[in-house]
Write a protein that binds this ligand. Structure first.
Ligand code: ATP
Length: 362
């Protein structure tokens, strides 16, 4: 069974801890993306799974077998790197066949397997060309073909699409996802591009400073971020994170003071346990209704900058307390710089984070 499990893995480079006590299970056929800002420990985690880096502590279990002491070759993993090097003097077909030659597989079997993966990745017409005679997207597909042509335990991808232009990336995301969905292998993809993670992953593990902050489906990490960091990292435009005062809780509602206004927001009873004090209220830019006038419960702001985004418009506004707020409205809602905005946050899409940054949940 193709599975990957990392249990409490840590990697220290001297005194610096690059990955700390990370746990993650990837099921057969599942694609998990490691997502996070530069330097958060994604590649180091992937390299420990591959055996290219030795874990300082913890266990790496692949297909049910503890792998910590095994060399990369003996882990039977296929890895696709950002800088996929194709052999320039070999044809596309020979490049794909390379890992099979190393395994001593017979000629007829090699031809059959290369033909099969070439079909899957739509490379049948370019098998006889040299790498210099194919496009960047085709080269990328050759790298993927070379990884899947064997029967590895699992797949590891390190920023596989970052060299491609935007359009090609978009197409390749779909193609790689479709290929992986038919292979029933555990797959880990490292990316710093949230769109890549949201579109390719079954689950996303979001990392910061060597720690896995949250693991969940793309929907979960978007709709139920575990803390302020995940809330700010996932979603474009970024979620508004507004400093506010929790004043009380009753009848299923939290009374929260923004600027000089008090707003009642449906909130779960765990909020009651917080008691009055500072909180951060998270509202996505698309989760406001703009109402005609300043009424009880509105957040009031003045439009400062207008960014057309095609079907929608992004408004940057300033609240009474001087904070920035981002609001997305449909394109046909006319808006002008200096215009006052009265905003009602959608209570069902409003998040309350405690002073320690964690989402308050029952
Ligand atoms: P990026 O998206 O920029 O590739 P990443 O999340 O993949 O970042 P890693 O490459 O895992 O980050 O690096 C995590 C941290 O560990 C970084 O601060 C990096 O400088 C450090 N690091 C990585 N390899 C070594 C090493 N061999 N010696 C010392 N520090 C290292």
């Amino acid at each position: 069974m193709s599975t990957i499990e990392i249990r409490g893995i840590t990697k220290a480079f001297g005194p610096f801890v690059a990955v700390r006590d990370a746990d993650l299970s990837v099921a057969a056929g599942e694609v998990v993306c490691l997502l996070g800002p530069s330097g958060c420990g994604k590649t180091t985690t992937l390299r420990m799974i591959a055996g290219l880096e030795r874990a300082t502590a913890g266990d790496i279990v692949i297909a049910g077998q503890r792998m910590n002491e095994l060399s990369p070759q003996r882990r039977n993993i296929a890895m696709v790197f950002q800088f996929y090097a194709l052999y320039p003097a070999l044809t596309v077909g020979e490049n794909i066949a390379m890992p099979l030659h190393r395994e001593g597989i017979g000629k007829a079997e090699i031809a059959a397997r290369v033909g099969r993966v070439a079909d899957i990745l739509h490379l049948g017409d370019v098998l006889d060309r040299m790498p210099g005679q194919v496009s960047e997207g085709e080269k990328q597909r050759v790298a993927v073909a070379r990884a899947i042509v064997r029967d590895p335990n699992c797949f590891l991808f390190d920023e596989p699409l970052s060299r491609l232009d935007v359009e090609l990336r978009h197409a390749m995301r779909g193609q790689i996802k479709a290929v992986l969905s038919n292979l029933s292998k555990a797959t880990v993809i490292v990316t710093h591009d949230q769109l890549e993670a949201l579109t390719m992953a079954d689950r996303i593990a979001i990392m910061r400073d060597g720690l896995i902050e949250q693991v969940g489906s793309p929907h979960e990490v978007f709709a139920r971020p575990a803390n302020v960091f995940v809330a700010s990292f996932i979603g474009t435009p970024q979620m508004n994170l507004i400093e506010a005062e929790l004043k009380g809780y009753g009848n299923g509602k939290a009374t929260v003071g923004f600027d000089q206004q008090d707003v009642d927001l449906p909130a779960n009873p765990a909020v009651a346990a917080l008691g009055p004090g500072r909180v951060t209220v998270g509202v996505r830019p698309r989760a406001f209704t703009v109402v005609p006038r300043d009424t009880a419960g509105t957040i009031d702001a003045v439009t400062e900058l207008i960014e057309p985004m095609g079907a929608e418009t992004l408004i940057h506004a300033r609240t009474r307390a001087g904070g920035d707020i981002r609001v997305v409205v449909p394109r046909d809602r006319k808006v002008t710089v200096g215009e006052p905005l009265h905003l009602v946050p959608d209570p069902m899409q409003t998040h309350i984070f405690a002073a320690d940054g964690k989402a308050v949940r029952a």
